[in-house]
Design a protein around this ligand. Structure first.
Ligand SMILES: O=P(O)(O)OC[C@H]1O[C@H](OP(=O)(O)OP(=O)(O)O)[C@H](O)[C@@H]1O
Ligand SMILES: Nc1nc2[nH]cnc2c(=O)[nH]1
Ligand SMILES: [Mg+2]
Length: 187
């Protein structure tokens, strides 16, 4: 399927590549200020956060370390199961580290509230969250988010790392998935 066919699967673009990058530059300046004099361990949450991690880490004008976790609560559908599983753990010891979790989206909040508590329990000095997107109307649990790119409506979105059944992650912007795509998957 080429780009023109993929466009038919989109109900509208929410944020263009340029808007995402501009917002990440702003967040990077905040992070540089807040972490001055401290080392940062960026923890990316596979697989959705790969694009945010790649762009945020390069927007930061300072040294950072990076590590990755894979957790999953969604399977291939559009609603969270609420059960978080670790598919790949960190390789880094978190004792006394300043950890900044990097995420693509906070939807129900179940993944991040669980992950933040999990990493805090490993003896980190601090565990903060940076997410590109957040859906305030979908939150089921409170999540303590330090850096948020954009609050978005409660629609299922794709692109910039976000998938539907493993597709669309490589779209450069963030778009709403057209309902006919998941309606046809239910047939
Ligand atoms: O706030 P929540 O309702 O918990 O949802 C947010 C999480 O769901 C998605 O990941 P997913 O588990 O689908 O895996 P993926 O990152 O591999 O796409 C997304 O990347 C977040 O990690
Ligand atoms: N692709 C995608 N994954 C999600 N995980 C939680 N919310 C979403 C969403 O809106 N889109
Ligand atoms: Mg994810």
């Amino acid at each position: 399927m080429d780009l023109k066919d993929i466009e038919q699967d989109l109900a509208g673009v929410l944020h263009t590549e340029e808007e995402l990058h501009a917002r990440l530059e702003e967040l990077a300046r905040e992070i540089e200020r807040d972490y001055e004099g401290r080392s940062i361990l960026l923890v990316g949450v596979l697989r959705g956060a790969v694009m945010v991690m790649a762009d945020l880490s390069r927007a930061l004008r300072r040294d950072v370390e990076m590590d990755w976790m894979a957790v999953s609560s969604y399977g291939s559908g559009t609603t969270s199961s609420g059960v978080v599983r670790i598919l790949k753990d960190l390789d880094t010891d978190l004792t006394d580290r300043d950890v900044l979790i990097v995420e693509d989206i906070i939807d129900s909040g179940l993944t991040l509230s669980w992950l933040q508590a999990n990493l805090r329990s490993r003896g980190a000095a601090s565990v903060e969250i940076c997410t590109m997107l957040r859906k305030p109307d979908a939150l089921k649990v409170e999540v303590d988010v330090r850096y948020c790119g954009f609050d978005i409506p409660n629609d299922f979105v794709i692109g910039y790392g976000l998938d539907y059944a493993e597709r669309y992650r490589n779209l450069r912007g963030v778009a709403v998935l057209a309902p006919h795509v998941y309606a046809s998957a239910d047939d």
